[in-house]
Design a protein around this ligand. Structure first.
Ligand SMILES: Nc1nc2c(c(=O)[nH]1)N[C@H]1C(S)=C(S)[C@@H](COP(=O)(O)O)O[C@H]1N2
Ligand SMILES: [Mo]
Length: 444
């Protein structure tokens, strides 16, 4: 049966410009010698990786929805961006820590996935070097899918890490790039999971799900390539070297790495006393002094705002049915409310502080705009991004939503948005606009 197909094979094969014998190097099967590689190792790592990727995908699309991209100019990926915008769905204000939780989860799961992803790529690297590189049209499509899977995974994780590290070496905007690449990656992943599920089932059935973890170094044997269907290129070695580490040793190392970077990321996400765990946090342990000593996303100086811009001549313009101009003193004379609310940044850090200011609903009432559908908020900041936002009706009506004037009992520092900034429960950090100077309540 096998011989017959081996004989008929060359006749069916289109004439391709590849010599039968692979060139020396990674295309030779005996180049890859680790006895740990094989379908079981790949299956085990994939089973650990997949739940983390699913968490990242779900929380990623949740984050997209949390921006309320159907309102004003909130859409970063552009109006009419590919589906899943959940238009018409208004991001809630309850619980106040909702976005801190979903986005913290996104970043922690994403960071924890990276060591496992790297181990997985290492485990299957022989399969990237198939010879001949293309056998047929079907094979070429298959290989293209693999390229999108590997390229897509590296791209989304790399750009994610660069964003939490505030490092933007590329000319493109992070948000649309990360978002669209996620579609490519998840599409290729769905196909990959569907085609590889039989391999996972077979290797777990043949070798056990965790049985190989019981083997110490002395009992670590190479995986037999025979578990793959005939003709399939296996990651198991044809000429294995002696093991230098057991499979459980390798997996314990990868697991420890994943847990370590996950905990570091969680330190930023949970904040408070856990903040000290975030040894790699790009924003440093804290910024400012006294009551204003918590992290700053963009300093006033970095966006061209100086003390002169927010002096006594600063006024807030509020528009609704009528229009008002209010000085900071005027605002301080209005009914004040104090709320303990988090700022939860898309980068995965959050910090909860006590904010004092005027409820947005009170400002709406002053200009005859109770029950308005949206609120467009602009900053006096002219350069850079994040200088405006549009809130939904529920966010305006929530009595905890504030135009904050103080934090932890003290005046806001210039870096935290003096003279006034938005603080809205469960709102992504980026929409808590600092240095607010214009608010426009709109009714459809
Ligand atoms: N005008 C303006 N508001 C802004 C920003 C900005 O760059 N400019 N950064 C936003 C982002 S991304 C976050 S996470 C929060 C951070 O607030 P903080 O710097 O007071 O911690 O402010 C938001 N408000
Ligand atoms: Mo942010």
């Amino acid at each position: 049966m096998r011989e017959a197909s081996a004989v008929s094979e060359p006749a069916r094969r289109p004439p391709l410009p590849f010599p039968a014998k692979p060139p020396p190097g990674p295309f030779r099967r005996d180049f890859w010698r680790s006895p740990l590689r094989g379908p079981w190792l790949a299956s085990f790592l994939s089973s650990a990786l997949l739940p983390l990727i699913v968490i990242c995908a779900i929380t990623g699309f949740i984050s997209h929805a949390a921006y309320d991209p159907d309102l004003g100019q909130n859409a970063i990926v552009g109006p009419g961006g590919i589906g899943f915008d959940l238009y018409g769905f208004n991001w809630p204000t309850n619980p106040a820590w909702l976005y801190a939780f979903t986005q913290g989860l996104h970043v922690v799961a994403g960071v924890a996935a990276i060591p496992i992803l790297l181990a997985k790529l290492w485990a299957v690297i022989p399969q990237f070097f198939e010879w001949p590189p293309v056998r047929s049209v079907a094979h070429m499509v298959d290989r293209l899918g693999l390229a999108l899977l590997v390229g897509g995974s590296v791209f989304v994780f790399l750009t994610g890490v660069q964003n939490i590290g505030l490092w933007y070496p590329w000319p493109f905007n992070f948000v649309p790039a990360h978002y669209y690449a996620a579609f490519v990656f998840l599409g290729a992943l769905a196909l990959h999971v569907a085609t590889k599920l039989p391999t996972v089932r077979r290797s777990f059935r043949e070798r056990g799900v965790i049985a190989p973890l019981r083997e110490d170094l002395q009992h670590t044997r190479p995986e037999p390539p025979s578990t793959e269907p005939p003709g399939e290129h296996s990651s198991a070695p044809t000429s294995p070297a002696a093991p230098t580490i057991s499979r459980r040793g390798l997996l314990a190392t990868v697991g420890a790495g994943s847990a370590a970077v996950g905990i570091i990321a969680a330190g930023q996400a949970i904040g408070g006393p856990f903040r000290s765990l975030a040894v790699l946090a790009p924003h440093g342990p804290g910024q400012g002094t006294g009551p204003n000593d918590f992290q700053i996303n963009k300093t006033a100086a970095s966006v061209g705002i100086g003390p002169a811009d927010v002096g006594p001549s600063w006024q807030l313009t509020v528009r609704g049915a009528s229009e008002m101009a209010l000085s900071r003193e005027d605002l301080l004379r209005l009914a004040q409310s104090t709320q303990s609310l988090p700022i939860a940044c898309v980068e995965g850090w959050s910090t909860t502080q006590d904010w004092t200011g005027v409820p947005l609903a009170e400002l709406a009432r002053l200009v005859g705009a109770e029950g308005s559908d949206s609120l467009f908020v602009e900053s006096l900041q002219q350069s850079g991004a994040f200088n405006q936002t549009t809130l939904n009706a529920g966010q305006i009506a929530d009595p905890r939503s504030l135009l904050a004037l103080k934090v932890n009992g003290a005046d806001l520092s210039l870096d935290h948005g003096f003279p006034a900034r938005l603080i809205v429960p469960a709102l992504p950090g980026v929409h808590n606009t600092k240095w607010v100077d214009t608010m426009t309540f709109r009714t459809a």
